[in-house]
Structures are given as C-alpha cells and as structure tokens.
Design a protein around this ligand. Structure first.
Ligand code: SF4
Length: 269
C-alpha cells in the first residue's frame, strides 16, 4: 500500500490530477493509496493539545515540531539539551503507516514523498515495522517511465478523502506551525499562541541557538530542513514556486479545513 506525502500535488505533470495519480499507482502495483496528510492531521491535533498542556502552563519552555527528520537530527546532534522540547508525537509518515497497519496488519507500506532524509527515519528501529520502504517522487517518476505508464491514460473513480487542508498544508514551510495554531484557536479559543518557523538548516541552527539562550520561550517552533519546506525536498520533480502554488490550491479546495479535536474521530477512508 502507498502513503503519499502532501507535497505530491503537481509533481507528476501540470495536467495530472489526484484521480490520474491514484489510478497510475494502482497500475504500478499498489492496492491502496492514502494521504500522509492524514498523519499530519493526527500530529496537528496532538501538538495543539501538547502546546496548550505543556507550554502555556510553563511545564516546557517551548515546543519543537518533529515532522522533519533533518531538523530533528540537527537539534538532537547539536543541541542535545533541547531534546525534551522536541515533540514526541509520531511524524506524519509514521502516524499514517501505523493507522494503515492497524486496519491492514499484513500490508507492506511504502512512503512516497519528496524527502531523502525519510529513508534514514524509516530505517530507525522504532519505525522499521511501520514503514517498509521509502520512495521519492523522483524515483516514482522513474518507475512510471520504466513501466511506460502515461498518467493521463488512467483515472480512478474518486479523489483523496482522507485529510484536511491543515494536514495538506504541511508540505510548505510555515504550514506545520499554521496548522497547529489553527487547531489551538479552534479547540482552545482565546489561547495566546506564539509561532516561529525556520527553513533551511542555517536558519534552523540560528533559531535553536536562540531557543537555547531562552529567547524563544512560550513558542511553538517549526523547523524545516529544506528552504521552502517539503515542496523543496531533494526528491522532488518541479520548481518550488509552482509546487507551492499547487499545494496552496489543493489546501484551499479541501472539503474540511481542520481535523476534529479528538484523535479517535480520525479514520481511514
Ligand atoms: S523539509 Fe526537506 S528534509 Fe525536512 S521532511 Fe521535508 S523534504 Fe525532508
């Protein structure tokens, strides 16, 4: 089964819609395809509760998001003192894979995304049993080419219905923090939320230095290793500005803007 990162939009050609993409994946051999944005929704709900319960109460000085493995690795390696502030929530890739395996215990799950660093994350002992393989968009396009699959010739009956605009917005820098902020505003109206974000490893290092010095207290800090976020990942196929525009349109056209407050209400469709 395939789980596809939200940055997929537009990556396989300007005329390729979700239904073409889904059907082409089936032609390649996948039995089902799910959105990793579903796992991002799960993460946004959990991080919203975490921020309110830990940061606004002063139990933690600030919270670092965990969905980008490059950022998380940078923080762990160069700022080991901050390890407690890195969110312990499952990353969208792992949360989605785990949800799939709960329903389909014998499935092999392939993460398809923009990111080479996810290969490292998937090889971790705690993640190995959830995510079986990682394939980048670039590698997937090579598979379509090798099999002679013309995506315009395939069309699935339905589009994706797994995720909300919030989870889909994780593809672009600033989207993770924005999704969590919107969830907090919805679930805990009136809460003061302080959002910061850094993109590119140089900026990430700078913001972690400031956080270590106590200059980011009270903040929810999103870090993305690639300047631009996942739409700029090493395994992408199209220019970043086009990818950003395509993702923004996809987010806007989502049938639901935000996930429900309770994790239990999330389900695979
Ligand atoms: S920002 Fe880059 S390194 Fe981080 S998860 Fe996205 S593609 Fe991977």
């Amino acid at each position: 089964m395939a789980e596809v990162a939200p940055a997929f939009v537009g990556q396989f050609g300007p005329n390729i819609n979700v239904r073409n993409f889904k059907a082409a994946l089936e032609e390649l051999g996948f039995s089902e395809t799910y959105e990793v944005a579903l796992g991002a929704d799960i993460g946004a709900i959990a991080e919203a509760h975490h921020y309110v319960n830990k940061v606004t109460t002063g139990e933690l000085p600030f919270l670092l998001t965990s969905c980008c493995p490059s950022w998380a690795m940078l923080a762990k390696k160069f700022f080991p003192d901050l390890i407690d502030q890195i969110s312990q929530e499952l990353t969208p890739m792992v949360a989605t894979a785990r949800t799939i395996k709960q329903e389909h215990p014998n499935a092999k799950v392939v993460f398809i995304g923009p990111c080479a660093a996810k290969k490292l994350e998937a090889s971790r002992r705690t993640v190995r049993s959830d995510v079986d393989f990682v394939v980048t968009f670039e590698e997937l396009q090579a598979m379509f080419d090798a099999k002679g699959i013309d995506l315009t010739a395939y069309e699935a009956e339905s589009s994706f219905h797994d995720a909300t605009g919030a989870g889909r917005g994780y593809a672009c820098a600033g989207g993770v923090a924005k999704a969590i902020e919107e969830c907090i505003n919805e679930y805990y109206p009136g809460t003061q939320v302080n959002i910061e974000h850094a993109e590119g490893l140089a900026e990430c290092k700078k913001i972690l230095t400031l956080a270590k010095a106590g200059r980011m207290n009270g903040c929810l800090i999103e870090g993305m290793g690639c300047p631009g976020g996942c739409v700029a990942g090493a395994g992408t196929n199209i220019p970043i500005p086009i990818a950003k525009k395509d993702v923004a349109a996809y987010v806007k056209n989502s049938s639901r803007a935000l996930p429900p407050k309770e994790l239990e209400e999330i389900e695979l469709k």
